[in-house]
Design a protein around this ligand. Structure first.
Ligand code: ADP
Ligand code: SF4
Length: 684
């Protein structure tokens, strides 16, 4: 039990310009794939954070004008007054739960491709658009800059009318004009908006002054600013121009929201930045330079670290995006001393991958994230069962653990049987790989809770068979038996022409590596999965002393990790470890001492000497038990998680959660309702 008052410092109100936050927990702006496309879902998701105790709940970068059109991504949109009602849904819902609502106004310059609006792309200087499209951005002339200021001011007024309490000027992530004007490599102007720092900062200053003049009587005006590009002398550094910017603007904003650039640095994964508070070294000077409150981020989940950062005068507000996604009730749990109940973010960036694909947010740790409106899910509350049943869950991977926990929370008597010595399934195995240690939290959180519950029995080393299930006599059975990696080389690109694998070849699967059966010598890792695992396995093998060749039909290593903002680091790490990377190559054949590769474009073959190969292609579902149980006439028999469809850990947790919620519901109703949709209005 936490002693009273230990974290009380975190629950002091803090003034921000004309408004007051009820405590120090501040959900900084973050994208969520809901935005203007799904405003009711956005409102409900943000309101859940407010209910969970966050004092400030921000939306996400919000386009202020059609020249900042981020389509097809669903960010915020406030082009004109017709966008106000959708945003008001959020402010009202957030206010209702006692929090302040913040809006991150943004003009994205060459980061906005204006694919829907077909407006010209604006930038400080003539340049290629940020993404690969065949249109360039044009340097803004004075009239463009005057327009931009007018658009920003008008958007601030609309934000105030929509009910926002805090209005942002956004100069970070390379994504907005204020930041782009600040950085010399993006701004080669020779007028008063280019050249000296004072000139490059002029636009930010003007936007701040004009936003304050427009709405500052009612709304606080925040500046989100990236103090350091993390490029050393090749970029803006906190100790030099980063500090100078804060000195020059000092008390002009009502709040400083400080971080590092770009987004992959700001939202670094635990795989590459394992430590909580990884931005603190860069931002700790800010409070010495301004008298205004400061918020910073860095995957904070430890309340002791939070208290120490406030006490040391580093931060006034504990900022969070991902920790608030993984646990919207983090502040409430700290306030009530329920520290053990915090669902800690594992820093996997699956949440980010949804935004980068333009689909609704999801979270590995919190399966209810993004489902607040469309399914009515709450992260802390699950409806009790109308009648209590005995339930058997087979397999204690992420799907089995989550379903067992939620079934028990609904009041059922749960038996959880696992073949292995320890619960955790793939989470436990993958978390042993380099950089993935934090992923264990997915299992640990659930195991901790299951162990507290009187209506749960957990049996390890208990491989279930159809016979042992029959002997148990439990008629509601969930099979979460997972999947195993196949060893025949068949996968995404080799279906038509599977590789010829000699009987003498030494073939390993990812399961072998994770179970500690390691090859030696010259090892080829063949990645036709193209998600994340092969890259981690190659790293593990290189660290174990193997001479690793990484082969993939893809044009980069682990292409999925582009969506989690990690790809460049993944590839750089393999290069640093001396891994020989061969992209655009398909596995054609495998012999005892060599591997035959075919160019994916020309079909031309080449041979490489190797002693063993690790084939990372596809998984095969473990369905034998489920098939055998079909004959038993059980009242409930449901296959869940990777056994029903291999995917991410997030998918397995989600499937487990869904199964527990649906248990006992009328199947026809589930089929009919599916989930609520925000159907596009036909009104003009
Ligand atoms: P998921 O991601 O769907 O949860 P995992 O592969 O992580 O799947 O976990 C599946 C778990 O199920 C593994 O820990 C495995 O040992 C266990 N398991 C598989 N078959 C049985 C069985 N017949 N009896 C008990 N446990 C099983
Ligand atoms: Fe954290 Fe991963 Fe959830 Fe994102 S998806 S909030 S990184 S646990």
């Amino acid at each position: 039990m936490v002693e009273a008052g230990r974290y009380s410092l975190l629950f002091e109100p803090v003034r921000i310009g004309p408004v007051t936050a009820r405590n120090r927990f501040y959900q900084v702006p973050h994208c969520n794939g809901l935005g203007h496309a799904r405003p009711q879902a956005e409102a409900a998701m943000r309101a859940m954070k407010a209910e969970g105790g966050w004092a400030v709940v921000s939306n996400q970068e919000t386009e202020i004008h059609p020249t900042s059109d981020l389509s097809p991504y669903a960010e915020g949109r406030l082009w004109d007054a017709r966008d106000i009602p959708a945003l008001r849904l959020m402010t009202e819902a957030v206010h209702d739960k006692g929090a302040l609502a913040a809006i991150e106004l943004a003009h994205n310059g060459p980061h906005a491709l204006n694919q829907m609006s077909r407006a010209p792309i604006l930038a400080p200087s003539d340049m290629a658009a940020e993404n690969l499209i065949p249109r360039q951005a044009r340097a803004m002339d004075k009239a463009d800059i005057r327009d931009l200021r007018r658009w920003h001011r008008a958007a601030a007024l609309r934000a105030r009318d929509a009910g926002f309490d805090i209005v942002y000027v956004f100069a970070g992530h390379y994504m907005t004009l204020p930041h782009q004007f600040l950085l010399p490599h993006l701004n080669d102007r020779t007028d008063e908006y280019g050249g000296s720092l004072e000139n490059r900062l002029r636009l930010t200053r003007e936007l701040l002054e004009e936003t304050k003049a427009a709405v500052g009587d009612r709304c606080a005006v925040a500046l989100r600013f990236a103090v350091d590009e993390m490029l050393g002398a090749d970029g803006m550094q906190a100790a030099e121009e980063g500090r100078a910017v804060i000195e020059m603007l000092a008390d002009l904003p009502d709040l400083w929201d400080v971080n590092v650039a770009g987004w992959p640095n700001d939202s670094a994964t635990t795989r590459f930045r394992p430590e909580d508070g990884y931005q603190t070294d860069y931002i700790s000077f800010v409070k010495q330079v301004t008298r205004k409150p400061v918020v910073g981020v860095g995957r904070f989940t430890s309340p002791d670290m939070m208290v120490s950062l406030v006490k040391k005068g580093v931060l006034d507000f504990i900022g969070a995006a991902r920790p608030s996604i993984a646990d919207p009730f983090l502040p409430k749990k700290i306030e009530e001393g329920r520290i053990e109940e915090i669902r800690e973010c594992i820093g996997c960036n699956i949440c980010v991958s949804a935004d980068t694909q333009g689909v609704p947010i999801r979270c590995t740790q919190n399966p209810t994230m993004g489902e607040e409106w469309r399914r009515g899910w709450h992260p802390e509350v699950i409806p009790p069962a109308s009648s209590r049943s005995e339930v058997l869950v087979i397999g204690a991977g992420p799907a089995g653990l989550e379903s067992a926990l939620q079934l028990a929370r609904r009041g059922h008597d749960v038996t959880l049987a696992e073949a292995e010595e320890a619960p955790g399934g793939r989470v436990l195995r993958e978390s042993r790989l380099p950089g993935l240690g934090a992923w264990r939290r997915v299992a640990d959180h659930r195991i901790h809770h299951l162990r507290q519950m009187g209506n749960v029995q957990m049996f390890m080393q208990s491989p279930m068979t159809a016979q042992s299930v029959a002997e148990l006599g439990i008629s509601h059975v969930f099979v979460a038996s997972g999947a195993r990696w196949r060893s025949d080389g068949v996968g995404r690109t080799t279906r038509r022409k599977p590789p010829a694998i000699s009987a003498r070849a030494r073939v390993f699967t990812p399961d072998d590596i994770m179970d500690g059966r390691l090859p030696q010598g010259r090892v080829a890792v063949y990645d036709d999965d193209q998600i994340y695992l092969a890259g981690v396995l190659a790293e593990a093998l290189a660290l174990s002393g193997c001479a690793v060749t990484f082969v993939t039909p893809a044009s980069v290593v682990s292409p999925f990790t582009q969506l989690t903002l990690e790809q460049a680091r993944v590839q750089a790490r393999l290069i640093d470890l001396g891994v020989d990377i061969r992209c655009n190559r398909q596995l054609a054949g495998l012999e005892e001492d060599a591997l035959r590769l075919a160019c994916v474009y020309s079909g031309r073959e080449e041979e490489h000497a190797c002693d063993a190969a690790v084939l990372v292609t596809e998984r095969q579902r473990n369905v034998a038990l489920h098939e055998a149980l079909k004959a038993q006439g059980l009242e409930t028999l449901e296959l869940i998680g990777d056994a029903a469809g291999p995917g991410l850990i997030a998918d397995a947790v989600y499937a487990g959660h869904m199964a527990a919620r649906n248990f006992g519901r009328d199947a026809d109703k589930i089929e009919l309702e599916w989930f609520r949709r925000e159907i596009t209005s036909l009104a003009l």
